[in-house]
Design a protein around this ligand. Structure first.
Ligand SMILES: *[C@@H]1O[C@H](CO)[C@@H](O)[C@H](O)[C@H]1NC(C)=O
Ligand SMILES: *[C@@H]1O[C@H](CO)[C@@H](O)[C@H](O)[C@H]1NC(C)=O
Length: 391
């Protein structure tokens, strides 16, 4: 509290100390707008110690991250990012999915959670209806997914937003029955009956197929047999798919191509597969092999480099793979094993959990308001000098 009060009414000297690094950052940002990272990030908020959304918007801009996936449609986040150009995937939680089967409910959800933000200039490009719905065995939820997707899609049409906002859901890799070799990829028999009409929906709606892929799980389950280099994108001999002769040097790409093969086995070749979550925990319980900051840093660092090289998978080398890292912060209130609370790139105070060359700036509490004011002045002066230089 004391800090907040001081920052909001800082002395000129204190303000300068506060603001000069920010100006340098902004100027760097201005010069290199075109260099936004291609990688997206999941901004989960199951925690009680995270920075405010406006501070997070500074952090993400300083990192040049311009694609964010939310698990809800938090209005505080969407407002805090107005004017930043950051593109959002927003989510409808599983608990709200059954109700969305009603087109009227879907339309009011959009009117409340999406339309006002789009009007204000937010960029919302995708809505996920439910998360990993086919992983558990909530059959009522599973049965309601497709009707819910159809209503949301129809409601978007009614609001004139079709083509501007995609509608899909995010799947767990557990929906796969066969994922190796990739060319033999097939959905699990229990999920297949749901997926057939779902794929027809995606194809007609021209929406992407989202999959949450964690090579970490495969390693943790069988560390003696799964080579660490293969899951961490480190140099290794790779594996050859016997049918296609394609060489895979990492598990993530093999998993994505297995999903393409499973989709194709159901008759579709026109659906894009995107990785809606992937990550590696920096800490875990004693029985969670491989959950270390070194491995997490290697996984994320190598993944980042490949994404920024605009690599595609062996099956689709021309289509840069689209990936959202899980997650932005460690989330201290997530249930389950210790690893669940340690997927973050950052601690809640904005310091990186490991070094992958992502240096961000999280402004001190409440200082962003003072900073915003100074930036307005700075932009005025910059505009004035440009005008002067041109005259
Ligand atoms: C699914 O249901 C079975 C039997 O009802 C239960 O034993 C199992 O734990 C459930 N699985 C999940 C993932 O909920
Ligand atoms: C919707 O998804 C399709 C298929 O992946 C993609 O081509 C299109 O750009 C997406 N639309 C938006 C608004 O992001």
């Amino acid at each position: 509290m004391a800090t907040a009060a001081r920052a909001a009414s800082c002395t000129p000297a204190a303000c300068a100390v506060l603001v000069i690094p920010i100006l340098v950052l902004i100027m760097a940002g201005q010069v290199r707008v075109a260099e936004a990272l291609s990688i997206g990030v999941n901004y989960g908020q199951i925690a009680n110690n995270l920075p405010s959304p406006s501070r997070v918007s500074w952090l993400l801009r300083s990192l040049k991250i311009s694609k964010v996936k939310l698990f809800d449609a938090d209005p505080h986040v969407l407002r805090a990012f107005l004017g930043t150009g950051v593109e959002f995937v927003v989510g409808i939680g599983n608990e709200a999915v059954p109700a969305m089967a009603s087109p009227a409910a879907a339309e009011s959800w959009l009117q409340l959670h999406v339309v006002p933000h789009l009007r204000a200039g937010a960029r919302i490009t995708c809505i996920t209806v439910g998360n990993e719905v086919f992983k558990g065995n909530d059959t009522a939820l599973q049965a309601s997914l497709l009707p819910a997707l159809r209503s949301v899609h129809q409601a978007l049409g009614a609001l004139g937003l079709q083509g501007r906002v995609n509608v899909t859901t995010a799947h767990s890799l557990d929906i796969m029955g066969v994922s190796y070799p990739p060319s033999a990829g097939a959905f699990h028999p229990s999920a297949a009956p749901h997926l057939q009409p779902f794929l027809a929906f995606l194809s007609a709606a021209r929406a992407p197929f989202l999959i949450n892929c964690y090579p970490y799980f495969a390693y943790k389950d069988d560390p003696a047999r799964v080579p660490l280099e293969y899951v961490l994108f480190q140099p290794n001999a790779g594996v050859v798919d016997p049918r296609t002769r394609l060489v895979y040097d990492n598990m993530l790409y093999a998993q994505v191509d297995a999903v393409y093969a499973a989709i194709q086995a159901m008759g579709h070749t026109d659906i894009d597969v995107k990785v809606s979550e992937t990550g590696w925990p920096s800490r875990g319980d004693p029985d969670e092999a491989g959950a270390t900051p070194e491995n997490a840093g290697t996984y994320i660092g190598n993944l980042l480099r490949r994404i920024e090289m605009k690599q595609g998978t062996p099956l689709r080398p021309q289509a840069p793979i689209d990936v959202y890292v899980f997650a932005l912060f460690n989330e201290n209130l997530k249930p389950g094993p210790a690893s669940e609370r340690n997927y973050g790139l950052f601690y809640p105070d904005g310091t990186p959990v490991y070094n992958v060359g992502l240096r961000g700036y999280l402004p001190p509490m409440a200082s962003h308001e003072a900073a915003t004011q100074v930036i307005h002045w700075f932009l005025l002066i910059a505009t004035a000098s440009v005008v002067f230089a041109l005259s």
